[in-house]
Design a protein around this ligand. Structure first.
Ligand SMILES: C[S@@+](CC[C@H](N)C(=O)[O-])C[C@H]1O[C@@H](n2cnc3c(N)ncnc32)[C@H](O)[C@@H]1O
Length: 216
């Protein structure tokens, strides 16, 4: 197994299995606020959640009436997501599929295709996956992508776990997607700044980028 200087695997499946296997819970369990904000005015239908992790967003969507397929590279994360869905009483509205999305992708089209922080310190074909995600949006449906736009303001350079991390700009993702203007409209393309607190309590801000695109 090849490893980084921090002795972490560089293979994406091994990296994320180790990340999830290292603790009982990695994420908060709460839905991402920008997903909640952007989905509020959509009529529930079918949804595909890419890089769903432990399932907080997918389970929240299911509680709002969506029928959700959650996808992740980590089986450990997917097993937690399925347990979370059962606890929330939405097991019948959720399906979980393991894919390395740069290699295989779920079948079908969906009213909502969402990728929340599908970002990784190891290999990830982000542009290719987002282009494939757009193809999976049904006519009239929505592609919703949210990504960190940079490190939090409180993090000094010595605290950047991946010094050469890639934070694509609003324009870079639109260019990579290359969606025909007569078929897609831009509902939200915005950099959103919010409060951020470091693990040891330092306060600051963080910028997240939002792309909400609707297929005509
Ligand atoms: C930064 S986490 C975000 C998790 C969740 N969406 C959230 O907002 O809390 C990135 C997620 O993408 C998944 N992931 C990374 N590379 C992937 C790939 N190639 N295919 C599928 N999932 C991947 C990871 O396992 C992880 O759950």
């Amino acid at each position: 197994m090849s490893t980084t200087h921090q002795d972490q695997p560089t293979d994406p499946t091994e990296f994320w299995e180790q990340r999830y296997g290292g603790s009982d819970r990695v994420w908060s369990g709460n839905p991402n606020p920008l997903l909640v904000r952007e989905v509020a005015d959509l009529t529930p239908g079918s949804a595909l959640e890419l890089g769903c992790g432990e399932g907080a967003d997918a389970v929240w969507l299911a509680t709002q009436g969506w029928t959700v397929t959650g996808v992740d590279i980590s089986q450990t994360a997917l097993d937690r997501a399925a347990a979370h869905a059962a606890d929330a009483g939405v097991a019948d509205r959720t399906t979980w599929e393991r894919h390395e999305l740069g290699t295989t992708f779920p079948d079908g089209t969906y009213d909502l295709v969402s990728a929340q922080f599908l970002q990784s310190p190891v290999a990830l074909d982000q542009d290719g996956i987002l282009r494939r995600a757009a193809q999976a949006v049904a006519p009239g449906g929505t592609l919703l992508v949210v990504m960190h736009g940079g490190w939090p303001s409180w993090a000094g350079a010595h605290e950047h776990p991946v010094p050469d991390a890639r934070f694509p700009t609003l324009d870079e993702v639109l260019t990579a997607l290359d969606l025909p203007a007569d078929e897609w409209s831009h509902v939200t393309v915005e950099a959103v700044e919010s409060a951020s607190t470091s693990p040891d309590g330092r306060t600051g801000t963080r910028v997240d980028n939002v792309w909400r695109l609707q297929r005509r």
